[in-house]
Design a protein. Sequence first.
Length: 524
Amino acid sequence: MPGELPEINRSTSDQPATAAAARTHAGLSRRHLFAGAGAIGAGAALLNSPPVGATTRPAVAAAAAGTDPVSLLRTMIGFDTQNFGQGGKTRPHAEWLQSVWQAAGVSAEIIPTPQPDNVHLIARIKGTTAAPPLLLLGHSDVVPVETENWSQDPFAGTVVNGEIYGRGALDMKGTNAASIAALLKHLGEGAKFERDIIVLTDCDEEAGQYGSGWLAEQHWDKLDAGMVLTEGGWLLAQRDGRTPMLITVTCQDKVYFNVDLVARGTATHSSKPMPDAAIAAVSRAVAALDGFAGPVRLTDLTREYFGNLAAATHDRAFAAQLRKLLDAKSDPQREKAALAVVNRSDYPYLHSALLRTTFALVISEAGYKENVIPSSATIRLNCRGVPGGQKPREFLAALRQRLARTGVEVKLDLYGTDSEAAMLDQLDKTWARPAASLDTPLYEAIEQAAGEAYKGAVFSPALFEAGTSLGPWREKNIPGYGVYPYVITNDQLIAMHGNDERIFTAALEKGTDFMYRVFDRFRA
């Protein structure tokens, strides 16, 4: 994607996971968001029946799903759209969703990519004026699963104790289900919107070369919009895990880049170990990273977020630590306060990620046979920088200084650019790109809808700790925002891209009402 680094998730497995039989979830103990979380209204009878998936005719699936978000999500989960790094098979999902839109009288077009069965779907709800369209952006592909580590079949959409399990339940088929159900409800009421609403369900968001960047190059006329809404902002709960606390909309993504630690040594027979073994060298480098972190850097956006979080929380000790962070006058004071904030937070990994450049050890590549000492070993670090905070080039320099005595080479992934200098220049541009304007009809609609749907919660703009498909629009200075419209717990947040991914059914329904209110601001 031009000027924007794609989300990448490579799997160490070369065996696509298949849906296993659902297993009993013994000893399950989850905090529920609302009393009566298991009640889902019109979709209650469908909760534990098999979802309508890729083996069912699209028209039947469309009729079964209706406008109930839980039924829609269970159907979406039933399509195995795993992306192992080179795109997924999204055509069956797209054909089903196309039939849902067509049943509602909305034109929907499948856009094939050069990769077979890997497609985009564009639906367009015609508006009454020529105002710049609102584009709703949601991806259909999902990251792979480790089926053996799930307590439920990851492609069954099983509901257990008021939570719906499945790959994509949170990221981001749940958001797609809430938004599409909300739009279908408006259409069912005979609503007209004062501008076109484009709903793009894209592929290759999690990895691959035919994502939104490729689509924008090929079909910009179908995507040209005045505002874009995608995944992003979190809806956080108070310490009780039930009461909505902070409703956020993300206006900026962190800066995405990868760094490889490469060690080289003598390749020889494993019966004669050598002191320069590559795997041993790269292991020492990983050990040297213990305690290494980018410096805490607060920007105008993150300052506003943490200030609003202090106002929102019922935990007075947490609020006090947040105020110390914001009032810190020196780097040591800031680091100390940040540590206290993270230790006290109910969402510690999220809040740690918003404070500094992060790195995660994600891929290890070394060796190919048990009686051969390999000549090289590589560890990949996935890094996320704070726009306006520490520059990626500064982090890279600090990382090289940290590992200077380990003997490993620290290589920046060039993403097809000609040189490290060119890649760093590109990262500088992304780092310097301002957050989306807060003075737009879409931001105002989200803020107003949040105030109605989640009374008593505090609303805030935020930085997204991850990345999205927004690159093609942000490069053209088109404002883009992110919302996951359901309240989640920290356990659910950790399960994103992990095992037992799930959200509350009651939260999904509440989130659908939230999205209905957002779109209501655009009714003619």
